[in-house]
Design a protein around this ligand. Structure first.
Ligand code: PLP
Length: 437
């Protein structure tokens, strides 16, 4: 696939106008609309390997990878073959099937969970994990971190009130204050705030939920030992520790973020949520954990949870094929590609005099348009959004599709080969200069 140079995205612009007449903002998930960076979102016609092709025929190196799922790249032949074969046998039965058992076994083998339940989105996974934690503990209060995103669950669409350990306020119209009254929001990577919130509310906290390594405010790795501290603090107070690995699961490493810390430090979350990679590009997600906690779930236990398309045979087939193909070599390849891009970012941004900070956890990384360590949401917010906008558009014009927001992880895949990486490297110097201007 070669690009004959950028063609004005008139086809995308026409489609965007059409879409806006029938869909709010013209998109089915807000960040796709380019509101943060302006301009026309590209309507993608097809994708293969590391490349996206828009409706005007422009090719782009994809650094979004569907916001994480496409670990192997687009249209991987063996995933396609497995899916095509599965589709030929029908698409949904509403009965138990073979691939969901096999995918559950694969996930239980790779991760520290004992039992898993499939759902259709990461939002459903975190929503269900919270309900289960409340049902299991008989408590209502949830602790979350500012800047951690867990999908659009009502009780988690909350932001910090003033002070270190205060009750949350809703972060969107449509969520009654009563729905977040039991949510406490504290700053990330802050052991003091953690201690304070548990000292005051510990006896009524059902669960603490955290992104295993936040990737939704840019990549903000947990400080060494921070996840262990969360696990220990929860245990001490009889609360459950929910590690949200929707983004990091099977992505940050073969065993997700847990493979980078918990596996060595000797602790396990009580519940983990998964999504993205485990669906291989289809709507599949999961939550799982300790057998005694999971056994409280319907039909074994009293906590209700269900789904018409949960464990869908096509989605679980795609997920299973993806996980089976996600070998150490794939992760090594993504790591090496990331190192090359990170080195080039450092070099070109430094040459352009552009303040920047690269942060990573395992194979995941992002670039902040500011100097200095980013430990929490306040730090992440102190970056230059105009600089990112200029950078983003210069990269897009040069055929590199970055996330249209400064707060996102840059995703790579096993299919990002030398040509794709070189396209990124070639685009960086001018984009860095544009951002620095
Ligand atoms: N949790 C995390 C950490 C996420 O990154 C996301 C989505 O980006 C979600 C939950 C929600 O997943 P979904 O968009 O599939 O509902």
């Amino acid at each position: 696939m070669t690009s004959a140079g950028p063609v004005s995205p008139t086809g995308s612009a026409d489609l965007f106008a059409r879409a806006q007449r029938v869909t709010p903002g013209g998109v089915n998930s807000p960040v796709r609309a380019f509101n943060a960076v302006g301009g026309t979102p590209r309507f993608i016609r097809s994708a293969r390997g590391a490349w996206l092709t828009d409706v005007d025929g422009n090719d782009y190196v994809d650094l979004i990878c569907s916001w994480g799922p496409m670990l192997l790249g687009h249209a991987h032949p063996q995933v396609q073959e497995a899916v095509t074969e599965a589709v030929s046998r029908g698409t949904s039965y509403g009965t138990p099937t073979v691939p969901e058992v096999e995918l559950a076994e694969e996930i239980v083998t790779r991760t520290p969970i004992e039992k898993v339940r499939f759902v259709s989105s990461g939002t459903e996974a975190t929503m269900s994990a919270i309900r289960l934690a409340r049902g299991f503990t008989g408590r209502d209060t949830i602790v979350k971190f500012a800047g951690c995103y867990h999908g659009h669950v009502d009780s988690l669409l909350a932001q910090a009130g003033s002070g270190l350990a205060t009750h949350a306020v809703t972060s969107t119209p449509g969520v009654p204050e009563a729905f977040v009254a039991e949510t406490l929001v504290i700053p990330y990577n802050d052991p003091q705030a953690l201690a304070a919130v548990f000292a005051e509310h510990g006896h009524k906290i059902a669960a603490l939920i955290t992104e295993a390594a936040p990737g939704n405010m840019g990549v903000v790795p947990p400080l060494p030992g921070f996840n262990k501290l969360l696990a220990d603090t929860c245990r001490e107070h009889g609360a459950l520790f929910i590690s949200d690995e929707v983004m990091t699961g099977f992505r940050a490493s073969r065993q997700g973020q847990w493979g980078l810390d918990g596996a060595h430090e000797g602790w396990r979350p009580d519940l983990i949520t998964f999504g993205k990679v485990m669906g291989g590009g289809f709507p599949a997600a999961a939550f799982g954990g300790r057998a005694d906690v999971m056994s409280r779930l319907s039909p074994e236990g009293p906590v209700y949870q269900a789904g018409t398309l949960s464990g869908n045979p096509i989605a679980t087939t795609a997920g299973l094929a993806t996980l089976r193909l996600a070998t150490d070599e794939v992760y090594d390849h993504i790591t090496a590609a990331g190192e090359t891009i990170k080195a080039a970012v450092t070099e070109t941004f430094t040459a352009a005099g552009l303040p920047h900070r690269i942060q990573a956890t395992g194979t995941m990384f992002s670039v902040f348009f500011r100097d200095g360590e980013v430990r929490n949401f306040d730090d992440a917010n102190a970056q230059s959004l105009p600089a990112y906008t200029a950078f983003f558009h210069s990269m897009l014009d040069a055929g590199v599709y970055l996330p249209p927001s400064a707060y996102e992880t840059w995703f790579l895949s096993g299919a990002h080969d030398d040509r794709a990486i070189q396209t990124v490297l070639d685009a960086l110097p001018a984009a860095a200069r544009a951002a620095a201007a």
